[in-house]
Design a protein. Structure first.
Length: 174
């Protein structure tokens, strides 16, 4: 999507970001690695179109284990918004001195798995039964996911960030 610009979320973006989270996650809460995240409390990057409208959001946090992408949502998938948000998150991770950017997706989310791997992230772990445990905290999580695949496990992906910035930028492959 040409003309997309990524910047930190501002107070005036709140309603648009919350609408994206409502559509994607059924509200502001997501569960990952047995942790309940309130997306409203996390640092958020937004993708805005040429008119200034919010067309995507990426919520994250940085800790000792790197920058974790907790949520990525694009108003219209396939237009480059996710790629732009992920590239900005890599920049934020490097600026924070993080050794890696990482995230969780679910075993049914083949589209996301393809997307992340094409942008340099590698599958580094599987947490068997993590989604089953997450249902205790958020019962609205379905038992069957995309393409009729039973939804049980979390897949952990990461992008190692070399101190000199030598890791490939998202969207490029070696």
């Amino acid at each position: 999507m040409s003309g997309v610009r990524v910047r930190p979320a501002e107070p005036g973006d709140r309603a648009a970001v919350e609408a994206l989270h409502e559509r994607e996650w059924g509200g502001p809460y997501v569960i990952a690695h047995d942790t309940r995240f309130d997306l409203r409390t996390l640092p958020t990057l937004v993708a805005v179109d040429g008119a200034g409208g919010v067309v995507g959001a990426l919520a994250h946090h940085t800790g000792a284990d790197g920058l974790e992408v907790v949520s990525v949502v694009a108003a219209t998938p396939g237009g480059g918004v996710g790629t732009a948000l992920l590239a900005a998150a890599v920049d934020a991770a490097r600026a924070a001195g993080a050794a890696r950017l990482w995230l969780i997706t679910t075993n049914d989310n083949l589209r996301a798995l393809r997307f992340y791997q094409r942008r340099g992230l590698r599958l580094v772990g599987v947490d068997r039964g993590a989604v089953d445990r997450a249902r205790r905290l958020k019962p609205s999580i379905p038992t069957v996911g995309e393409d009729g695949i039973p939804l049980h496990d979390e897949l952990i992906l990461e992008l190692r960030l070399a101190p000199d910035g030598a890791a490939p930028a998202p969207g490029r492959t070696n």
